[in-house]
Unconditional design. Sequence first.
Length: 153
Amino acid sequence: MIEFRDGRVDDGDGARLEGAMRAEVEGIYPGLDMLGDGMPKAGPTELGPPHGRFIVGYENGLAVCCGAIKRLQPLICEFKRMYVVPEARGRGVGRLLLGELERRARALGYRSARLDTDARQVAAVHLYESAGFVPIANYNANPAATYFGEKRL
């Protein structure tokens, strides 16, 4: 069972998990700086209250996943910084995290959620499409993304 708690992208377990996620992604895409100019912003301002959230999932007291909600428009949000530690992959933790982000986004009043990734992240694309996200046009000019999805909440 995963217990989800509010967290921060820039502090504690949230910062540690987000840093591991960035290191992994930047390893897949040599030369990419996820915090660099031209990348969509996803810091504490964008991922915090009142319109955003950053959450950390705990299993047996250990932080195993994180994810965030970012406001794009009054009724549309974006899911960002989704990450599951390697030791917890393949057990449905990512699906639970995605479901919790959807639940919290609905509670914040969002009616649609968007996300992006790259086709090289096959497991992510499979998760998103199996959860009901449908491909859409590029909505955020992320230079590292090739897959853009949206789901009605």
